[in-house]
Design a protein around this ligand. Structure first.
Ligand code: AMP
Length: 112
């Protein structure tokens, strides 16, 4: 499958890794939208949050648990935002489930 995040997960395409285990990878976004902007992906290909079901939902809990640990390790104390864009209207450009973690400045709400 021609999926850029699958290639990043396998190491075929390099990334600036923050955290990795057998199930997930966290790496910095190449086009940061905040002073700290990284992505967390499952290594298993899942198209997006709209494809979470009973068989694969455990990965979401794992991702959120690791985000709490990673942000603590990075010294992020003023809060952050977790975003998962879905489909065209959600602005998803890479069709492999990923969670953006944005921090380091006060973020606007609602998003544009
Ligand atoms: P989305 O638009 O929500 O699908 O997010 C995809 C994100 O992946 C964007 O923020 C891109 O900047 C980021 N991205 C695309 N290619 C790479 C890459 N090779 N390394 C790191 N981040 C990437």
């Amino acid at each position: 499958m021609d999926c850029i995040f699958c290639k990043i997960a396998s190491g075929e395409i390099p990334s600036k890794k923050i955290y990795e285990d057998e199930k997930i990878l966290a790496f910095y976004d190449i086009e940061p939208q905040a002073p700290v902007h990284f992505l967390v992906i499952p290594k298993e290909h899942i198209d997006g949050a709209d494809r979470i079901d009973e068989s694969n939902s455990a990965i979401v809990a794992h991702v959120f648990q690791k985000i709490a640990e990673i942000t603590y390790e990075l010294g992020i104390t003023q809060g952050y935002r977790i975003v998962s864009n879905v489909g065209k209207d959600g602005g998803q450009s890479v069709r492999h489930l990923h969670f953006h973690v944005l921090a380091g400045r006060e973020l606007a709400w609602p998003p544009g």
